[in-house]
Ligand binder design. Structure first.
Ligand code: GAF
Length: 379
C-alpha cells in the first residue's frame, strides 16, 4: 500500500484508512423502503493511503489501473468525475454537500487498493467510499458523526456514480463490529450491534461469488425501486415500511399482480429481519437457517432479483448441509451466502463446484467471511 502510494506520487503517505465490504445477512431492498436490514462488515476491505497537499489539487490512483486522475477542488462536481475515481472523488464532493467547507481545505493525493471482489455484491464500492470518508474526515478535521458519513457515501453513490441505492452498504461498512451484525432501522437510523455467535455454534458464513456481474446504476435495481414507490402510492402510505403482513389481503385487492408480489417481498422481508434478530438472540445462529431460506425464495419468486446461478448456489449448498442460504445484496448476479457448520465447509464447496460444472456455469469463487470492524484509520 505505502509502496504503491510512493511509486505513484514520489513521497510518503500520511496514513492508511480502511473501509470493509459487507454481506447482508437478511433484509434485501428494504433499506430504501424505510425498513429493516441486518448486515455485517466483512474481513475484506478497501484501503486508502492518503496525504494532504498544499494546493487545491486532488489526485487519485489505485492498484486496479495505471491511471492517475487529477482534478481541482474548485472543479469538483457530479458532472466532472466518472469511472472508478467517482467513488473517492464523489465522497470528497459529497462531504461538501453535507456541510464541509471545501473552500477552506487543501487537496490530497490518494492511492487505493482493495481485496473486496468487484461486482460480487459485497459492496466493493461502499468499501472505497467509506475508507475515503473516514480518511478525509480526519485529514480535513471535520469531526463528522459516522451516520453523516453513511449519508455522504450514499450521496456519492446516488449523485456521482448514478446508482439509486439506499443506506445498507455504507451503514455496514461504517458501523460494523467484530463478530456482530448491525440491526438497522433505515427510517429512524437507530442501530443495534447484535453478536452473531457463529464461532461458539461452530458455524461459518460461506460466500459463493457466482461471477455473474451486475451494476446498480443500470437495469433492474431502479426498476424494483420504482415498483416499491408505485406500490406505496397505490396503498396510500408514505413508504412500504408503513405496511405489515396484516395489510397483505388489502394489497392483493388494490395492486396489480406484479406490484403485489414486489410489495409482498418488502413486507415479509421486514418481518423476517425482525424475526432473525429475535431468533438469533433467543435460540442462537443455528436456528436462523429457515429465515434465510425463506428470504431467498421471496427474492426469487416475488421480487425476481435472483438469477439461475444464485438459485443453484443456494440449492446445492443447502443439499450439502448448509443450514440456510440466500443471495445477498442487490441481486441480478453477485454472491450467495450459506450458513454452514464448520466441518461441512469442504463438502459444501465441493457440492457447489460440482453443481456449477454440471450446469456448464463459470466456476464460482468461494470463501468464508468473518464479521469485522467498521471503517477506521489503520494503526
Ligand atoms: C445494494 C444497494 F446498494 C443497497 O442500498 C440495498 O438496496 C441492496 O442492494 C439491496 O438490499 O447493495
Amino acid at each position: 500500500m505505502l509502496s504503491g502510494f510512493r511509486a505513484r506520487f514520489d513521497r510518503a503517505a500520511d496514513g492508511l484508512w480502511f473501509g470493509p465490504g459487507r454481506v447482508n445477512l437478511i433484509g434485501e431492498h428494504t433499506d430504501y423502503n424505510d425498513g429493516f436490514v441486518f448486515p455485517f462488515a466483512i474481513n475484506r476491505r478497501a484501503v486508502v493511503a492518503l496525504a494532504p497537499r498544499s494546493d487545491r489539487i486532488l489526485r487519485v490512483a489505485s492498484s486496479f489501473t495505471d491511471e492517475v486522475v487529477e482534478i481541482s477542488l474548485d472543479e469538483l462536481s457530479p458532472e466532472t468525475v466518472s469511472g472508478w475515481s467517482a467513488y473517492p472523488l464523489g465522497v470528497a464532493w459529497a462531504l461538501g454537500e453535507h456541510g464541509a467547507d471545501l473552500s477552506a481545505v487543501t487537496g490530497f493525493d490518494a492511492f487505493i487498493d482493495s481485496d473486496v471482489p468487484i461486482g460480487a455484491g459485497l459492496s466493493s464500492s461502499a468499501a472505497i467510499e467509506c475508507a475515503t470518508a473516514v480518511a478525509l474526515d480526519e485529514v480535513w478535521n471535520l469531526g463528522f458523526d459516522k451516520r453523516v458519513l453513511v449519508r455522504v457515501g450514499q450521496l456519492a453513490e446516488n449523485r456521482v456514480v448514478g446508482a439509486p441505492t439506499g443506506i445498507l452498504d455504507q451503514s455496514a461498512s461504517l458501523l460494523g463490529q467484530t463478530d456482530a451484525a448491525v440491526f438497522l432501522d433505515c427510517r429512524s437510523f437507530e442501530s443495534e450491534v447484535v453478536p452473531l455467535g457463529f464461532d461458539d455454534a461452530g458455524l461459518e458464513l460461506l460466500v459463493i461469488d457466482t461471477k455473474v456481474t451486475h451494476a446498480h446504476a443500470t437495469g433492474g435495481y431502479a426498476d424494483r425501486r420504482a415498483s416499491c414507490e408505485k406500490g406505496a402510492a397505490l396503498m396510500g402510505v408514505g413508504s412500504l415500511r408503513d405496511l405489515t403482513v396484516d395489510d397483505l389481503p388489502r394489497a392483493a385487492s388494490v395492486l396489480d399482480e406484479e406490484t403485489f408480489r414486489r410489495v409482498r417481498h418488502i413486507i415479509t422481508e421486514n418481518q423476517r429481519v425482525i424475526d432473525t434478530v429475535r431468533v438469533l438472540r433467543e435460540d442462537g445462529p443455528s436456528a436462523i437457517g429457515s429465515l434465510l431460506d425463506a428470504s431467498h425464495t421471496s427474492m426469487r419468486d416475488d421480487f425476481e432479483i435472483s438469477v439461475a446461478e444464485l438459485d443453484l448456489a443456494v440449492e446445492s449448498a443447502r443439499a450439502a448441509g448448509a443450514l440456510g442460504a440466500r443471495m445477498t445484496g442487490g441481486g441480478f448476479g453477485g454472491s450467495a451466502i450459506a450458513l454452514t457448520p464448520h466441518a461441512l465447509i469442504p463438502a459444501v464447496q465441493q457440492a457447489v463446484a460440482n453443481a456449477f460444472a454440471s450446469a456448464g456455469y463459470t466456476a464460482p469463487d468461494m470463501f468464508v467471511v468473518r464479521a469485522a470492524a467498521g471503517a477506521a484509520r489503520l494503526p
